[in-house]
Design a protein around this ligand. Structure first.
Ligand code: ADP
Ligand code: MG
Length: 278
C-alpha cells in the first residue's frame, strides 16, 4: 500500500485506532479526499525493468493550477500517459473526480469523462480558419464535412466566441490557423481543448518556443483557466513556473521529490542537488 493510503487512514480515524483501508475498498479511500480531482497512489510503471514511475503518489485538488517540474527523464510525460490511459501502470491507483477509476477506462472514456491533454507540439488544422478549428473541436465526433455543413445554434456560437475571447484570438478568427504565430497556435490548441469542456487539463510545456511576451500571456491564460477547472502544467521554464505557480511538485526518478510553494521547493536542498543546481 502506498504512502497516500496511510495518510488517508490517519484522516479517516483521527484519535482512533488506525484501521488500514482494505485494498478492495479504494473508492472509500478516495471519497475521503473531498476536493480532489485527481488522485494517484503508489503508481509504478516499468519499461524492461526500469521504473519510469516508482511508487508515485500525487493529489490535485479541484480548481487547482499545479506545476510539475523535474529533470529530463523524471517521469513527467509518463505520469500524463497514465492519467490519460495511454500507459497502464504495473501497480497503483488512479482516480478522477473521486469515483472514476482511470485504470479501468479506455483513452476515449477518459476524454469523455473530462480529462483533456495538450501535447507540446501544436496540432491545429492549418488550412482551416481559427474559428472552424474550434468548431471541429466542439464536434470532434462529427467530422469535417458535418461541421462545415451543419449550422451552429446560438448557444454553440456563443461558446466559440467566449473561447475566442479567452484565448485572445477574436481578431484572428477568420484567418487560417497556418498563419498564426507559434504562440497563437498554442493558444488555439488550448482553445480546442476548452471546447470539450474538460474538468482537468494536462498541458505539456506550453511556453516552449514562445517569445517573452507570448510566455507572459500564456501565464495569464492558464491562471484564468484554473478555478473553474483544474490545470496541471509540466514546464521547464522556471520564470514561467514562478509567474503562475501556486503549488509546485518536483518529480525525480519517477516519484515526488518535493512539493510546495515555488520558494519552498527552490530552497529545498534535495531539489537544488538533483535539479535546480544541475
Ligand atoms: P520526462 O517527461 O520527465 O522527461 P518521461 O516520462 O518521458 O520523462 O520518461 C521517464 C523515463 O522513462 C525516461 O528514462 C524514459 O527514457 C523512460 N521511458 C519513457 N517511455 C518509455 C518507453 N515507452 N519505453 C522505454 N522507456 C521509456
Ligand atoms: Mg516529457
Amino acid at each position: 500500500m502506498g504512502k497516500m493510503n496511510e495518510a488517508v487512514t490517519k484522516v479517516a480515524a483521527p484519535g482512533m485506532e488506525a484501521e488500514p483501508i482494505a485494498d478492495d475498498a479504494p473508492v472509500t479511500a478516495v471519497d475521503l479526499l473531498h476536493g480532489s480531482i485527481l488522485y494517484l497512489d503508489g503508481i509504478t510503471v516499468s519499461f524492461d525493468g526500469f521504473r519510469a514511475l516508482n511508487d508515485l503518489s500525487l493529489v490535485i485538488e479541484r480548481g487547482e493550477l499545479r506545476c510539475i517540474i523535474g529533470p529530463n527523464g523524471a517521469g513527467k510525460s509518463t505520469m500524463m500517459d497514465v492519467v490519460t490511459g495511454k500507459t497502464r501502470p504495473d501497480v497503483g491507483q488512479a482516480y478522477f473526480d473521486r469515483q472514476s477509476d482511470l485504470l479501468k477506462m479506455s483513452e476515449t472514456e477518459i476524454v469523455r469523462a473530462g480529462i483533456g491533454r495538450k501535447f507540446q507540439k501544436p496540432t491545429v488544422f492549418e488550412k482551416l480558419p481559427v474559428r472552424v478549428n474550434l468548431e471541429l473541436a466542439m464536434r470532434a465526433n462529427k467530422g469535417v464535412w458535418a461541421t462545415l455543413m451543419v449550422r451552429l445554434n446560438g448557444e454553440q456560437r456563443d461558446r466559440i466566441d467566449s473561447v475566442l475571447a479567452t484565448i485572445g484570438l477574436i481578431d484572428c478568427r477568420h484567418q487560417h490557423a497556418g498563419v498564426l504565430s507559434h504562440g497563437q497556435k498554442q493558444w488555439l490548441e488550448i482553445g480546442m481543448l476548452l471546447m470539450q469542456e474538460p474538468q482537468l487539463m494536462l498541458i505539456d510545456e506550453p511556453a516552449a518556443g514562445m517569445t517573452h511576451q507570448e510566455v507572459e500571456r500564456t501565464a495569464e491564460l492558464l491562471v484564468s483557466l484554473a478555478g473553474e477547472r483544474s490545470v496541471v502544467v509540466v514546464e521547464h521554464d522556471m520564470d514561467f513556473v514562478r509567474s503562475i505557480a501556486r503549488r509546485v511538485t518536483v518529480l525525480h526518478e519517477g516519484r515526488v521529490l518535493a512539493e510546495g510553494s515555488m520558494d519552498a521547493v527552490q530552497n529545498d536542498p534535495k531539489v537544488i542537488e538533483v535539479y535546480l543546481g544541475s
